[in-house]
Design a protein around this ligand. Structure first.
Ligand SMILES: [Zn+2]
Length: 338
């Protein structure tokens, strides 16, 4: 039984995981697929904060192999998504039975053990049962769809609003598709031509490079009114001046993504346009909504390049991903089941 534990920056060790019993409200899940994410890569390099030691792996699915007697809606053999964010159990909201409003949710791989291990024993409320129509690859997008939904909920835009999405990587693609699902107009900005090409082929009409023509292109696309919101995807590495430059006055600029953005920000455009800026870094509370949206075809991952590995060296993959994650939209999936 393997368990990949991070003990410090770039210190990842394979340990043996001992069998454990389930309590009345716990389930045991055999992990079948882990999606390697930029978040995992930055945790591995030490760029993202981790409370060591922690098992790495934020996004995973599996099959339930055992359940306690008081688990509801989850059965042996259920295919499940392992919730990547959990309530803290300690704050006022959690203690008064309102876990949905938890003020400090915990993240897998950082605050509690992640999922790159053979099995997980957790409370039955910490897994989400997957409908048959949500296949494994779609299920591995749940965390990104939930984050996107969290962002759009906060933006609260009306139909037809123009949303600039800065960065056309995996999250940028999901954000663009969810924008269309909500009848918004996505305008995707990236300098990585491969990502732009792929998005165009998937039906995103407005895609631009972050170059000298950007302002003119956005004016043209929005009949001069500029964008109603801008979402800067945290690992895209485009200048942080881009979102402010494409927004109309008094609009929202969101820093979205699982990784932190560490940039010095020129605040003068924010003052000039009276912009509001905030960050959204998880999809806590939106997992079920995300599953429902996937059932209704909100996201198509068929155009993503996929790499499904049955044998792997996580250290090499994570180092590689940490360098490329900024641009890639490839899904690297580790298949754990024997
Ligand atoms: Zn809490």
């Amino acid at each position: 039984m393997d368990n990949w534990v991070l003990f410090g920056a770039k210190i990842l060790k394979k340990q043996t995981q001992s069998e454990s019993q389930v309590s009345a409200t716990q389930v045991k899940v055999r992990v079948t697929h882990v999606l390697l994410s930029a978040y995992d890569a930055l945790s591995y390099t030490g760029a993202a904060k981790v409370k060591y030691p922690k098992t790495i792996g934020r996004v995973a699915i599996g099959v339930v192999t055992d359940t306690g007697e008081n688990c509801y809606g989850v059965n042996k053999g259920s295919r499940v998504y392992l919730n990547a964010v959990r309530p803290c159990g300690k704050c006022y909201a959690c203690k008064s039975g309102n876990k949905g409003e938890c003020t400090s949710p915990l993240v897998a791989g950082s605050d509690f053990d992640g999922f790159l291990r053979d099995f997980v024993v957790c409370d039955y409320s910490e897994v989400t049962v997957l409908p048959d129509s949500v296949d494994d690859m779609l299920a591995l997008c749940i965390e990104n769809v939930a984050l996107a939904e969290n962002i759009y909920d906060r933006l609260n835009l009306s139909t037809g609003s123009r949303v600039a999405i800065i960065g056309a990587g995996f999250l940028g693609s999901v954000l663009a598709q969810i924008a269309l699902y909500h009848k918004l107009v996505p305008i995707v900005i990236d300098n990585y031509t491969q990502n732009i090409e792929r998005l165009r082929n998937s039906g995103i009409f407005y895609t631009f490079a972050a170059d000298d023509n950007l302002k003119a292109n956005i004016e043209e696309a929005t009949s001069g009114s500029m964008c109603d919101a801008a979402i800067y995807t945290s690992n895209c590495k485009l200048p942080l001046s881009v979102p402010a430059s494409v927004l109309a006055r008094k609009k929202d600029m969101v820093l979205g993504g699982f990784c932190t953005v560490n940039f010095a920000l020129d605040t003068s455009p924010l003052f000039e346009k009276n912009l509001r800026i905030y960050s959204v870094s998880d999809g806590y509370g939106y997992t079920e909504t995300a599953v429902n949206m996937l059932v209704h075809g909100a996201v198509d991952v068929s155009h993503f390049q996929k790499e499904i590995l049955k044998e792997f060296n996580p250290e090499a993959l994570l180092s590689d991903l940490a360098e490329k994650a900024t641009q890639d939209s490839k899904m690297t999936v580790l298949k754990l089941i024997l």
